[in-house]
Design a protein around this ligand. Structure first.
Ligand SMILES: N[C@@H](CCC(=O)N[C@@H](CS)C(=O)NCC(=O)O)C(=O)O
Length: 203
């Protein structure tokens, strides 16, 4: 059985938990609190030298980091793989560093707004530009790749659905809002605070 090391309030971790739930893949969940340094212990660094979650033990002793690499490993469908990857790289380059960073510092770290005041303006500008790219695509497509729900939608959903919690306003992006509702209506969708019954704290 897979073991997933994740933090419940991490959007990157949520991508993997959502995929595992929708694919109905059972797994053991280990909660890692990055704010308490649990991703930087010698035991954790032996599993992921980059000290980040999510991390999947995909086979005994074989650990896979990077949320989109994990999604890629889990998704065995035959969508146009290059098209899905295009949007997954976009997510890592344009959405996660801006909306993901704003979400982390504004909602998870006490005093984060003051600490990151210098970066916030750039995150907002580039985050809104990236939302514009998504909006333009979604005006003409129901989903991001291969015209159907895929790991590309799942990767982009994780932080886009949190954007309103960290100063972004989705009102000017009606196609994104309609797409968020479509993703949430997909069979097996679970919200970010959901976890399997066997979740445990850091080991
Ligand atoms: N590009 C990576 C980013 C992973 C990442 O930033 N993880 C954060 C939580 S959302 C983390 O573990 N931070 C702890 C640290 O850097 O010490 C992915 O998509 O998985």
């Amino acid at each position: 059985m897979y073991t997933l090391y994740s933090m419940q309030r991490s959007g990157n971790g949520y991508k993997v938990r959502l995929a595992l739930a929708q694919l109905r893949i059972p797994y053991r969940l280990v909660e890692i609190d990055i704010l308490k340094g649990e991703s930087r212990t010698p035991e954790f660094l032996a599993k992921n030298p980059n000290g980040q979650v999510p991390l999947l033990e995909a086979a005994p002793g074989r650990y896979l980091a990077e949320s989109n690499a994990i999604l890629w490993h889990l998704a065995e469908n035959r969508i146009d793989r290059a098209e899905a990857l295009q949007w997954m790289f976009f997510e890592q380059h344009s959405i996660e560093p801006n909306i993901g960073s704003a979400y982390f510092w504004l909602t998870l770290v006490k005093g984060g707004r003051e600490l990151q005041q210098h970066a916030l303006e750039d995150w907002m500008e580039e985050g809104n530009r990236s939302l514009g790219v998504m909006e333009n695509h979604l005006k003409h497509h129901r989903y991001f790749a291969a015209n159907r729900y895929s790991v590309a939608d799942l990767a982009l959903y994780a932080y886009t659905h949190l954007a309103h919690e960290c100063d972004f306003d989705l009102t000017p992006f009606p196609a994104i809002r309609a797409w968020l509702a479509r993703v949430e209506a997909e069979p097996g969708h679970v919200p970010m605070d959901w976890q399997p019954a066997n979740g445990v704290a850091a080991e």
